[in-house]
Every structure is written in structure tokens, then in C-alpha cells.
Design a protein around this ligand. Sequence first.
Ligand SMILES: Cc1ncc(COP(=O)(O)O)c(C=O)c1O
Length: 394
Amino acid sequence: MSLPLARRMDGVTSSPVRDLLALTARPGVISFAGGMPAPELFDVDGLRAAFDRALDGEPGRRALQYSPTEGNPRLRGLLADRLSDRGLPTTVDDLLITTGSQQGLQLLSTALLDPGATVLVEEPVYLSALQCFQLAEARIVPVPGDAEGIDPAALDEIAARERPALLYLVPTFSNPSGRTISPDRRRALAEVIARHGFWLVEDDPYHELRYRGEREEPMSAHPELAERAIYLGSFSKVIAPGMRLGWLRAPAELLRRVAILKQANDLHTSTVDQAAAAEYLAAADLDTHVRTLCATYRLRRDAMLAELPAITPSGTTWTDPDGGMFVWVTLPGGADTDLLLPEALRHDVAFVPGSAFQVGEPDRSALRLSFATHAPETIAEGLRRLGKALSASV
Ligand SMILES: Cc1ncc(COP(=O)(O)O)c(C=O)c1O
């Protein structure tokens, strides 16, 4: 007998990345699958000191208590200052602390999407965002684009036809492609969004991890998007994903409604983690820590890009990301990376097949590699194994 479940569960499958994490935990596997920050770079001493201060004295007792749904005001203030410094003027009242930016995506899907509503996405797209949109029973429509990002003319035409509720973008160092939308494209897209009047959800967990080029302003900073842009940030890639801390910036009325949803969802994000994060931001020099992350990840990206020509068949292409954690590889001639994965696992190396990140007819020739987790020598060894898997599968 089939399990009696709500209709919204139909067709919602477990994330292939999460499932792969279980397979690749086997000792000896070099995994390029997860978007995992390098654990040796976590600032354990700085965080231990921050937790100590957060738990100190009478305020320390409050750090273990229930707390307001909107989040720790000191943390929100420190985050608002960082966002304002990036060119997105923000106050404490503009921000809600979330349990990872993933919760922000989930809350927004509930707040903004009726069943059957249309969500526009770039392709390939972050797959746990797709899960949220699917659970909201949305119609997910990809917008075509190129190396500079989605195409404004295509967005204009699809928006006129589909009347979308929102456009979801990771404009800077996208997961999974590693691409960044160019400044001209951002301007043109902002103009189309404002003209049609749908929401932009700007998911921006990677922007601090820049290895070349100039810092970009968030797309949400475009003045015409003031009432239309929702910005999601996260500590996961720069401090520690296990703390599950993110934030959501939205126009006041929407933020108030989302806070009501969060009450029903988890009452509030962990009080003690928020207090420790505020202590950490106030005392540690996050910018220096980020510079160390960037110096390390830059070498890892370079190691990956240096090895790819030797291990891939001729005609293979890949992205050359300015930052973030991912390289998107496209194999030539009808390759099928869903079939390549079991062969790769037999060679003790893992990646995520590109089909996982696609909405329409999956292009099975692509795969996502994360370079963040391993040292350059391990990256080279892992890619040599992938090369053998590729040779074995043709
Ligand atoms: C684009 C994107 N959005 C959101 C998330 C979720 O991040 P968090 O750990 O803040 O929930 C990730 C994590 O990999 C991501 O890549």
C-alpha cells in the first residue's frame, strides 16, 4: 500500500548531493562532490573564544534561553554594517536571522508561491533551491543565458508570457557553474525585473570568496529593485556551515510576514550560535580570515584548472571561476556523467553529475567539481583517478 502523503511530496526527491555525501564518506574516496568549506581553515580558536564570551556571566544564561524570532539585534547590526559597506544600505530592522540561508529559501517559497506559481531560474541551478520550489508546487521555468548570465531579452519575453512570482539567482560565483553575472547584465536584468514587477531572490553565500577581479555590489543594490529584491546571506562558506546561520534582507512588510512564518517554522534560530557569531564578528578580524580562505582556495582552484587538460578528452570545456568553490565541466560527444559516476566511485573519486542541477531536459554531459575541500596534491591525485574513470567509460 502506498504511503498516504500530501500531494506536495509527489516527485520531490532526496538531494543527489546529500545522498552522495553518504557514499563519499567511505575512507579513501577523494570527493569533489560537496560544497564543503575546508575544515582545517575553520577558526576553531576564535570560535571557541567567541562561544566562551557568549556564555559568560548573566548574559550567558540569556544565550541559552528562547529569543526573538527576528534574531539577535547585535548580530543583525553587525551584519547590516557589513552589507552597507558592500554598497547595499541596510539597517538592523531590514534583517531577519535564519537557520542557514536554506531556511530563507524555504520561508520565501512558502511566503511568495501559491501552487502553480511560476519561478524563473538560471540553469544549471542550486538544487536545494529547486527542492524548496518543488515543495511549494511551483512551476519552475529556466531562463536561457550564456557565460555572462541569463539573457535579459529572454527574461523579458518569458516574464511577459509566464507572469512569474519570482526570479531566483546566485549572481556571484554561482553554485554549480562558478559563473558571475557581469555588471552590464546585472543592470539590464534589474531593469527587466523592475518593469515586470516580480521578486528577485538574490542568493549570495559565496561573494566573499573572490580570487581575482573587483568586488561586485549585490544586484539588490540597484535602486529600481528597492521594493523588489530579497537578499540572502550566509556564514556557511566563510565561518562554519555547522552553525547554520544565515540572514534575509527584504522590504519591511515582507520581512514582517516572513518572521511570522519563521515563528511557525522554528520559533527562532539558535540563540547561543547567534550570540557567539556576534561576539566573533565584533572581536575577530573576519576580513583577515577571509583573505586566508581566499589565498588557500585560489591555489586549489588553480590546481584543479591546471590538471583538467591532462585528464579530460579533447573538446572538454570548463568554467574558470573568479571565486567560490565550483568548476563546471562539460564533456564532448554524448558523454553521460550519470553513468560516469559509478565508474568514478570504483576509482575512489566523486563528483556531482550535471543532471542534478537542471530543470528541463537534462544535459548529461556536464559535471560539477568542488575544489575547496582538498589540498592541491590531493586535487591532482583525485583528478588523475577521474581521468582513469573517464578512459574506462569510453
Ligand atoms: C547557492 C546556495 N544557496 C544556499 C546554500 C545553503 O547555505 P546555508 O548553509 O547557509 O543554508 C548553499 C549551500 O551550499 C548554496 O550553495
